[in-house]
Design a protein around this ligand. Sequence first.
Ligand code: ATP
Length: 185
Amino acid sequence: MKEIALLGGSFNPPHVGHLMAAWYVLATEPVSEVWLLPSYRHPFGKALASYDDRVEMCRLAAATIRGLHVCTAEAELAGDPMVGYTVRTLEHLRERHPGDRFALVIGTDILGETGKWHRWDRVQELCRVVVVGRQGHEDGAGGRPLLPAVSSTEVRERLVRGAEVSHLVPRRVLAYVREKGLYRG
Ligand code: ATP
């Protein structure tokens, strides 16, 4: 039985921190694949990119690492009242892939919030939780290396003011951002 690790997020846009997290899990955990899982609901209050654009950027980012893929389960649940809840997505994926097991990758920045997630007890029954360290959020890292504090927020802010982002975003993602005119503020 293979295990698939899910890295959920808004990926608005995907950056090298996401890739480092995915690579770290592929390299150190007994998983055969990592799937980037973009959130379907619009990231309200943030400079916008559509679901389709975020999925496409995730595909371009994923192509840089073998074993990294993109999962559109949240779009498959678009009409479901529970869309966006991790517990629902996991139940859906378990139905779709009965022969596989799932792990959920969580950065130490959101680790403290999980207790407030809907049915966190059930989430833990449905999957194994894998933690990745993120700089600025040492708690819960348990000796794991802290990955650099790159964030989509920083990337968006830099894009709005016309600052360099080529050291923070995969090259093909940046080409897509430019071509589509995303994050211009
Ligand atoms: P935003 O700045 O828009 O809030 P973000 O950079 O935190 O976004 P998300 O797409 O929300 O990115 O993150 C998805 C997942 O990836 C989360 O589990 C998060 O902890 C993890 N992650 C993102 N960036 C890093 C990083 N630099 N190091 C470790 N984990 C990260």
